[in-house]
Design a protein around this ligand. Structure first.
Ligand code: ACO
Length: 457
C-alpha cells in the first residue's frame, strides 16, 4: 500500500459499550448502610454498570469491536494495527487482542500489529499513543489502527465497591481526523506507588489504599499539568493553561474527585502566578499565598476555596464530560475516553470546530499523562466530525434501555462472579436474555481453561 503524507493524525470514529444492567447508587447507599448522599453526593455517582458471569474482558471487547466495525462499515483489510488497553487480566499470556482476531479471521485479515497494554487505568492511553505513534512512524504502511480500551471494575464488599463500573470504548486512528493530537506536548509523570494493585491472580479484586490513591492521583495531576503547560508554551508562548483550553477532561474514578481535580488545577495556576499578581486573578485567596503544593492534598480549606473559585470553570470545561461516568461508574481504561464521548455529545459539531481540550490519564501504580486534542478547523473534515458525533448519540441512547437491578440481586451476582472467578470447567449461570442484542457472552470455560463465546442476535 502506498504511503501518503501524514497530517492531522487522530481519532476518526468512536464507539462505546456498557452492560445492559446497572444498580442505582441511592438504593445501594441504603443497602450498604451508608449515609444517604454518600455515593450520590459524596462521590457524585448516579448509576453503576456491572457484568454478570456471562461477560468477561474478551466478550466486552468483542462486543464493542463488532458494533464499531458494523456501524462504521470498516474494511478489515484497511486495519494494520489493533491495540487493547486493559487491566482486567484473565490470562497471563494470551492477549485479549488475539480473541478479537476472530473477527478479522473471517475475512482472512491477519497482518495486524499490536497486542495488549497494561497498567491500571492507563493502559487505554498507552494503547492510543502506540497507535498514534505507529501512524506517524516510518513503520506505517498507510492503513488505520483500532484501539480498544475495556475493563470490568469490581471491588470486594466495602467502601470502594460503589466506585466500580464496566465498559469498553473503540477508537479508529488515522490521518485527516476530526480530533487531532497536539505533537510534542504530552507530559507524563510515572513512579512507583502501592496505591491500587492486583497481586492476587486468583481474585478479580484489587488491593486498594483509598487515601493514598487519591493523593497519588492529585500529585500526578500537579506534575502532569505543570509540565504540560511548560511544553505548550514552547509552541504557544501565550498559552495560559486551563484558561486557554475549552475543555479539561480527567480519568474519572468518581465524579466528585474530578471536580476536586479541576479545583486543584486552579490552585496550581494560583501558585504559578507571581504573588503580586494573584489578587487580580484570584481575589480573596491571598491567605493561601504561603501554601506548599505537596502539603495540601487533604487541606480542606484549600480544597473548599478553590472549588468555589473554579465552580464556573468546572461547569463550562469539565462537567459535560462526566455524563457517562456518573451513569456507568469507573470503567478504568475507557474512563477518560467515556469523558471524551460525553463532552463531544454535549455540543453540536459547529460548537466544537476549532476547540482545544486537555486530557489527564491516570493509572495507579503509577503512570499518568496530560495531553491535548484539537477539533480540526479544516471544514473538509467537518462531515467526519458530524458522523462521529451522530454515532455517539446513538450510543448514548442505550443508557435508557438498561435495566435497573436491586442491590440484593447485584450483590448476589457479584457473589457468583467472586466464587467462580477461578473455576474450570465452568458454565455461567446468568441468563442471556438481559444482554443487549449484539452482545458477546461467555458460553463456557473448558477443563483446559479455554473460553468460548457466542453473540446474542
Ligand atoms: N452526603 C454527602 N456526602 C457524604 C456523605 C453524605 N451522607 N457521607 C460521606 N460523604 C462524603 C465524604 O465527606 C467524602 O467527601 P470528601 O471526598 O470531600 O472528603 C466522600 O463522601 C467520600 O466519603 P469517604 O468517607 O471519604 O469515603 P470512603 O473512605 O468510604 O471511600 C474511597 C472513598 C477511598 C474513594 C473508596 O471508595 C475507594 O477506595 N475507591 C477506590 C479507589 C479510587 O477510586 N481511587 C481514586 C484514584 S485511583 C483509581 O482510579 C482506581
Amino acid at each position: 500500500m502506498a504511503r501518503s503524507k501524514v497530517e492531522n493524525v487522530g481519532i476518526l470514529a468512536m464507539e462505546v459499550y456498557f452492560p445492559s444492567q446497572y444498580v442505582d447508587q441511592s438504593e445501594l447507599e441504603k443497602f450498604d448502610g451508608a449515609s444517604a448522599g454518600k455515593y450520590t453526593i459524596g462521590f457524585g455517582q448516579t448509576k453503576m454498570a456491572f457484568c454478570t458471569d456471562r461477560e468477561d474482558i474478551n466478550s466486552i471487547c468483542l462486543t464493542v469491536l463488532h458494533r464499531f466495525i458494523e456501524k462504521n462499515n470498516i474494511n478489515l483489510h484497511d486495519i494494520g494495527r489493533l491495540e487493547v488497553g486493559t487491566e482486567t487480566i484473565i490470562d497471563k499470556s494470551k492477549s485479549v487482542k488475539t480473541f478479537l482476531m476472530t473477527l478479522f479471521a473471517k475475512v482472512g485479515a491477519t497482518d495486524i500489529e499490536g497486542i495488549d497494554t497494561t497498567n491500571a487505568c492507563y493502559g487505554g492511553t498507552a494503547a492510543l499513543f502506540n497507535a498514534i505513534n505507529w501512524v506517524e512512524s516510518s513503520s506505517w504502511d498507510g492503513r488505520k489502527a483500532i484501539v480498544i480500551a475495556g475493563d470490568i471494575a469490581v471491588y470486594g464488599k466495602g467502601p470502594a465497591r460503589p466506585t466500580g463500573g464496566a465498559g469498553a470504548v473503540a477508537m479508529l486512528i488515522g490521518p485527516d481526523a476530526p480530533l487531532v493530537f497536539d505533537c510534542g506536548v504530552r507530559a507524563s509523570y510515572m513512579c512507583h506507588a502501592y496505591d491500587f494493585y492486583k497481586p492476587d491472580l486468583a481474585s478479580e479484586f484489587p488491593y486498594v489504599d483509598g487515601k493514598l490513591s487519591i493523593q497519588c492521583y492529585l500529585s500526578a495531576l500537579d506534575n502532569c499539568y505543570n509540565l504540560f503547560c511548560k511544553k505548550m508554551r514552547t509552541i504557544d508562548p501565550d498559552f495560559k493553561g486551563l484558561l486557554s483550553m475549552d475543555g479539561l477532561l480527567f480519568h474519572t474514578p468518581y465524579c466528585k474527585l474530578v471536580q476536586k481535580s479541576l479545583a486543584r488545577v486552579s490552585f496550581n495556576d494560583f501558585l504559578n502566578t507571581p504573588v503580586n499578581e494573584r489578587e487580580k486573578q484570584f481575589p480573596g485567596l491571598s491567605q493561601f499565598n504561603k501554601c506548599v503544593r505537596e502539603d495540601t492534598y487533604f487541606d480542606r480549606d484549600v480544597e473548599k476555596a478553590f472549588m468555589t473559585y473554579s465552580k464556573d470553570l468546572f461547569e463550562e470545561k469539565t462537567k459535560p464530560s462526566l455524563y457517562l461516568a456518573t451513569n456507568i461508574g469507573n470503567m478504568y481504561t475507557p474512563s477518560l475516553y467515556g469523558g471524551l464521548v460525553s463532552y463531544l455529545v454535549s455540543k453540536s459539531p459547529d460548537q466544537l470546530i476549532g476547540k482545544k481540550f486537555g486530557l489527564f490519564s491516570y493509572g495507579s501504580g503509577l503512570a499518568s499523562t496530560m495531553y491535548s486534542i484539537n477539533i480540526c478547523k479544516d471544514m473538509t473534515v467537518g462531515s467526519k466530525l458530524e458522523k462521529l458525533i451522530n454515532s455517539l448519540h446513538e450510543n448514548m441512547s442505550w443508557l435508557d434501555k438498561r435495566t435497573c437491578i436491586k442491590p440484593q440481586q447485584f450483590s448476589d451476582l457479584m457473589q457468583v462472579r467472586t466464587e467462580n472467578y477461578h473455576t474450570a470447567p465452568y458454565v455461567p449461570s446468568s441468563p442471556i436474555e438481559p444482554l443487549f442484542d449484539g452482545t458477546y457472552y461467555l458460553v463456557n470455560i473448558d477443563d483446559q481453561r479455554r473460553r468460548f463465546y457466542d453473540r446474542k442476535v
